[in-house]
Design a protein around this ligand. Structure first.
Ligand code: PRP
Ligand code: GUN
Length: 514
């Protein structure tokens, strides 16, 4: 990747006109961007590039098919061992390593106990001592064994670091899920969110720290978690502090910048833009120097996924399939050859139901012993408006439930959030005295709003975000998306759960209000 840099005067002299003209434009822009003391360095800048021990810290970002990676390099005084870094696991890996980074986070432990790939982003899970204040529910917060996810690069392990990573919104997984981490799915929207916020924090922190370090005596041991000194222990020998940071398109548009195009909603397979690449270097040797580059790099790259790469959507889809197949096997095994009525909870459950039934049918066909005679039934329950539960579960259609009396019933649901829908249905079914009732849900949301209800079979546990796609809707939109996506709040002007609906008071269609 070509890099445009604000060139120092001496470099300009060497390289002549072309670079000189580049530097003018970028220089003035950087002056606008660079706050405080860094801006004044620019004004006075007569940079001399000295060979020094450098600290390098960075935030880099890539949008790909709605999925985002953030990279963050970190070195500390103990040597070349980076404390934190990321890498690309996606299709653009080979094009430019600096563009291809995955999400990664601090880890207070280097023992990675599980790894998985979500939409091209490689995620590792490592135990941590603290609950994450951001995404753990109060009950899981108290759990000392919460897991945080972190990403790794080239099979290397994340090394120790402070638990400050929590402030950057880690993905946390409750301890009780430790045994079944391959069931945990992190929606791409969440990855994007977390990366955006952490990038923003890192950017600010990095600049602030650079300024502070320039102002402080080098003998001070103070260092930001994002800017650590490296090299010789003797502080005076540190001649240059180098800070490299890249910012995400969505978070840091300067006033004069063209607004970024919105993220494509439907087109999962297209890469969106990569806009920011800002780099700042503060030199103590010649006193004052800032080097900064900033541009839209999308145009320089062919960002379309190449045909040889597996689109992330496909990966996610295949994860769903694998999970569904596993659930089908478990169900067939547990049913022990007894007849079963599979009750699909419409509308959200229809895709999962169809896939699950296909797998059970296939298992039945291929099995000599434990095939399960199967019939299907449908019920329609509705309680959500926008992205909020109305607290009022209405039964608005379906077959006669009396047909379920004395039967083994498998309720097939797409998602359990508060658990209200399922508790209502179970109560209703009870009146018809089925022989046995089991519930399978593709997704269970980790949310403090949960009543604590847990289905018998669970596909994935998902964070507290509103999901659409794979038959899950937002006001009937997006059911047709093949993959799960988090709703993009900005695009829809949604504000999550600001207006809670009043409790159900009556009325309703079909079988009426429960
Ligand atoms: O655990 P809960 O908080 O009760 O939420 C889960 C229910 O919410 C959704 O249904 P929705 O009311 O959106 O109807 P739909 O299936 O037609 O989309 C989903 O399909 C579940 O049935
Ligand atoms: N579409 C959709 N419906 C839900 N019902 C409960 N949670 C959800 C969710 O995240 N998405």
């Amino acid at each position: 990747m070509k890099r445009r840099v604000i060139l120092t005067r001496s470099r300009r002299d060497v390289n002549g006109k072309t670079e000189s003209s580049q530097s003018g434009a970028w220089g003035s822009r950087a002056r606008r961007q660079t706050p405080g003391i860094m801006a004044s360095f620019l004004e006075q800048g007569k940079p001399q590039r000295t060979k020094t021990d450098r600290v390098r810290t960075g935030v880099s970002a890539v949008f790909r098919s709605g999925r985002l990676g953030v990279g963050y390099n970190h070195a500390d005084s103990t040597g070349p061992r980076p404390a934190l870094w990321g890498s690309a696991q996606g299709p653009y890996h080979k094009k430019s390593s600096s563009l291809c980074c995955a999400t990664m986070w601090w880890s207070s432990s280097s023992s990675i106990i599980h790894e998985q790939n979500v939409g091209g982003v490689h995620i590792s899970f490592a135990p941590t001592g603290d609950g994450c204040p951001d995404c753990c529910t109060s009950s899981t917060k108290a759990d000392p064994g919460d897991l945080l996810t972190s990403l790794k690069r080239n099979q290397q392990r994340l090394s120790d670091d402070e638990s400050r990573g929590h402030e950057l919104s880690l993905f946390c997984v409750p301890k009780h899920y430790e045994e079944d981490l391959d069931s945990v799915i992190i929606p791409s929207g969440l990855i994007r969110d977390r990366c955006t916020s952490s990038s923003s924090i890192l950017t600010l922190d990095t600049i602030t720290s650079a300024e502070r370090l320039m102002n402080e005596s080098y003998s001070s041991t103070a260092a930001s978690p994002n800017v650590l000194r490296t090299g010789p222990e003797k502080p005076r020998e540190l001649k240059e502090l180098r800070v490299s940071l890249r910012r995400l398109q969505l978070i840091a548009l300067e006033p004069n910048e063209k607004p970024a195009p919105p993220l494509p909603l439907y087109n999962h397979l297209l890469l969106t833009e990569i806009r920011f690449s800002t780099r700042a270097s503060v030199s103590r040797g010649d006193r004052k120097c800032v080097v900064s580059d900033r541009k839209c790099i999308t145009s320089e790259l062919n960002l379309q996924p190449s045909s040889s790469t597996v689109p992330p959507a496909m990966e996610l889809r295949s994860e769903f399939k694998q999970k569904t197949e596993r659930l089908a096997r478990d169900i067939v095994r547990d049913m022990g050859g007894h007849h079963m009525v599979a009750l699909c909870v419409l509308k959200g459950g229809y895709k999962f139901f169809a896939d699950l039934m296909d797998f059970i049918k296939t298992l039945n066909q291929n099995s000599e012993h434990s095939s399960v005679p199967l019939s299907v039934d449908f019920i329609r329950l509705k309680s959500y408006s926008n992205d909020q539960s109305t607290n009022c579960v209405k039964v608005i259609g379906g077959d006669e439930l009396s047909a379920l009396t004395g039967k083994n019933v498998l309720i097939v649901e797409d998602i359990v959030e508060t658990g209200r829908t399922m508790e209502t249905l179970l109560k209703l079914l009870h009146e018809y005295q089925p022989k046995m009732v089991k519930v399978v849900s593709l997704l269970v949301k980790r949310t403090p709003r949960s009543s604590g209800y847990r289905p018998d079979y669970i596909g994935f546990e998902v964070p507290d975000k509103f999901l659409v796609g794979y038959a899950l809707d937002y006001n009937e939109y997006f059911r047709d998306l093949s993959d799960l996506e988090e709703t993009i709040t900005v695009s829809f002007g949604l504000r999550r759960r600001q207006h809670l609906h009043p409790p159900c008071t009556g009325g309703g269609g079909g079988r009426g209000v429960i």
